[in-house]
Design a binder for this molecule. Structure first.
Ligand SMILES: CSC[C@H]1O[C@H](OP(=O)(O)O)[C@H](O)[C@@H]1O
Ligand code: ADE
Length: 296
């Protein structure tokens, strides 16, 4: 197998309210072709503090894609084609915890996937692959994001379980209470699944920052989700998210040691289909995501 040490390339997937980032040298919006379809938008590439960066607005500029129709596979594949090694996902989320208040950031470390209408894997008939998702986020990248947020004076919580719902409607009161009281979720959003699963399949380290915009519907003093309040909080959060992103290159550095947690080797023993039984068309589509294993 090939060595995974090399150059850091930071990918940032910006969620609701974050449609670009500033300060990149040689900034350029680039159309990236993918065999998995068109990504959400062009990808903004450039260099920040000597580290290559690639920014993709998850919903597209102008917020075109709904949570269910974001082209998750094309997005992860396109970032992989640009050489991205580490993805920082930034997302607007509701909170199930009194102490995770609107305006706070949460470094997510677990997910409950309740989505049901999305393509969730690059693998399938003709090339079956399995990866571990017990620890779906990368501790090295998550630590860097946490430290960056703390250094900016942002109220940030380390660790939290993100409930991924299909949407686009928000939860009923009964669902909100069940996610919080029975399932023990901390935050809720509509987009980090299957994104995190696909990043793991593509052997890209993934960390997720939840920017809290509301208390969903469970909170007796806050009532139901109010989209006007969400947008107001989002606007404030976006500036903090940009500052956090700007600190990431200095935290990670340009030279990249292999991930100590194995994210960049997740597929090492994961492909089950015998070489002679593989579908050449699917293998060809997997050139970026799994080329290290399939063609290594
Ligand atoms: C604007 S509220 C609902 C919307 O915001 C979140 O998007 P993202 O995760 O991309 O920041 C949430 O998941 C919904 O898609
Ligand atoms: N309460 C909520 N539920 C789902 N997604 C969200 N994004 C922001 N707030 C949310």
């Amino acid at each position: 197998m090939s060595d995974t040490a090399g150059e850091t390339v930071i990918g940032v997937i910006g969620g609701s309210g974050l449609y670009d980032i500033d300060g990149l040298e040689n900034a350029q919006w680039r159309q990236v072709e993918s065999p998995w379809g068109a990504p959400s938008d062009a990808i903004l590439t450039g260099v920040l503090d000597g580290v290559k960066m690639a920014f993709l607005p998850r919903h597209g500029r102008g917020h075109v894609h709904a949570p269910s129709t974001v082209p998750y596979r094309a997005n992860i594949d396109a970032l992989k084609r640009l050489g991205v090694t580490d993805i920082l996902s930034v997302s607007a989320c509701g909170s199930f915890r009194e102490d995770m208040a609107p305006g706070d950031f949460v470094v997510v470390d677990q997910f409950i996937d309740r989505t049901f209408a999305r393509d969730k894997s690059f693998f399938g008939t003709g090339c079956v692959g399995h990866v571990s998702l017990a620890h779906p986020t990368c501790p090295r990248l998550s630590d860097a994001a946490y430290e960056a947020a703390k250094s900016l004076g942002i109220t940030v919580h380390m660790g939290g379980t993100y409930l991924a719902m299909e949407g686009p409607q928000f939860s009923t009161l009964a669902e909100s209470k069940m996610y919080r009281e029975v399932w023990g979720a901390d935050v809720i959003g509509m987009t980090n699944m299957p994104e995190a699963k696909l990043a793991r399949e593509a052997e890209i380290c993934y960390a997720s920052i939840a920017m809290i915009t509301d208390y969903d519907s469970w909170h007796p003093d806050h009532g139901a989700v109010d989209i006007a309040q969400i947008i107001a909080t989002l606007t404030g959060n976006a500036a903090k998210a940009r500052d956090l992103v700007a600190r990431m290159p200095a935290r990670l550095g340009a030279a990249r040691a292999p991930c100590p947690h194995g994210c960049d080797r997740a597929l090492e023993y994961g492909i089950m289909t015998a070489p002679e039984a593989r579908d050449p068309a699917l293998v060809a589509k997997l050139d970026a995501v799994a080329g290290r294993i399939l063609n290594g």
